[in-house]
Design a protein. Sequence first.
Length: 372
Amino acid sequence: MRLAFALFKYFPYGGLQRDCIKIAQECVRRGHQVDIYCMEWSGPQPAKLNVEVLPIEAWPNYRRYEKFSSLVREYAAEKDYDALVGFNRMPGLDFYFGADPSFALKLKQKPFWYKYLPRSRSFLDAERGVFGRESKTRIFMLSDMEIPHIQQYYRTPSSRFFLLPPGVEKDRLAPSDYVKRRIAFRNKLDVKPDQKLLLMVGSGFRIKGLDRALEALARLPSPLREKSLLMILGRDNQKPFERQAEKLGLAHQVRFMGGRDDVADFLFSADLLVHPAYRESAGMILVEAIAARLPVLVTDTCGYSFHIKNSGAGRVHSSPFNLQKFSQNMSDMLTLDPSVWQKAADDYLHKTDLFGLAERAADIIEGKVLTC
């Protein structure tokens, strides 16, 4: 089969981008041809995948997205692909991989006039092209948290939604030499044996709740706070958060590590993954932490928070967000014996598929094409 994949931008450390490549590579492994179309590509191009960068000239950004979507549909028709798979919302897709909250839902939190802006109308039209009742697009979802919101606005038939398992990389599994690797990497990071290492992972620091994490860290009991370090992995504008850390007296305890290829070593070496996101459709790092036996403290506004709740591999902070309670949970999890959460993670891994995202998506794509 010949498949076209489309996404606006590729960069190596984005969760959506990583999932796109996983699915594309699985399709290639099964003998299919995959051409990936994007407006921007940063980083090396994976082997056996054809990447075509379409330089779109337009202003503002939403006009670039419109022109890109139109051009991709033209290419798909001209080259007679068996299926068009989109990782951003655009009309005319056979499959859409859903990783963002509904834009229609976001508008409810904006002033009434916001929906009349050209940018808002453009995003709504693109969303309707995927979720609308008249659309034929099949929709891959990472969790069912967003489905009721989508159906509330678009009355999308349930038959068009396909839930995918997470796609955790096997290198996130705690290895047999876990303790040895943990000690060695903590030494490399200059983390002392008695220090507590908190970890945040993901680009988009504001939506991930880094401001909340800093405030919660500042409210820890003094002896615990003084021996705690927070390391942040990901790429974003860190200046506002550096200023916040400075204001809270945490500048020497907060390190921005940038995008990393050694995320697994950080997971093995940390004492707690902190993820107080304002909203997130999934949150791959949560299930990666389960695989790595790293206890998790997460807000219930993340799609994958149910994995933490069901596994018992951490604590889920219920809405509405309460900073004092979140900080207390952080304090508890840094002082209690982590073995209970680690055993819960081990048990969950034996009974739950946290790895099969690409295989399941490829199965569905093949099934659709074969029945056309």
